[in-house]
Design a protein around this ligand. Structure first.
Ligand code: FES
Length: 108
């Protein structure tokens, strides 16, 4: 018996750990982003290669715009990332440091 779309059993078998679907607008590719997983890591796990370099929020290679849905940087580290408030307000995110908080469509 499955847990249905958008969820999976946690390692302990209790509760449901959310997972979201990320879609790439340019290719139509889709992949699952699990709780606590960066969108870049989730794409790689699915065999989808996205541009990146530093993986630490400084080079901006992974910068893209969120067209719909929710993706947020970890608030603990957002001040250390190479992205400014105007870009955040315009829904740009660094995929190496962004977590999905709903199903999300990206301008990639
Ligand atoms: S890979 Fe360098 S900022 Fe994301």
């Amino acid at each position: 018996m499955g847990t249905g779309r958008g969820g999976r059993r946690s390692a302990e078998g209790v509760g449901i750990v959310p997972a979201y679907i990320a879609s790439l607008a340019k290719t139509g590719a889709q992949f699952t982003v699990e709780e606590g997983e960066t969108i870049l890591d989730a794409a790689e796990r699915a065999g989808i290669l996205l541009a990146y370099s530093c993986r630490s929020g400084t080079c901006r290679s992974c910068l893209t715009r969120v067209l719909s849905g929710c993706a947020e940087h970890d608030p603990e580290y957002v001040s250390e990332l190479n992205i400014d408030a105007d870009e955040l307000a315009a829904n740009y995110r660094l995929l190496c440091s962004a977590l999905a908080c709903s199903d999300v469509t990206l301008e990639k």
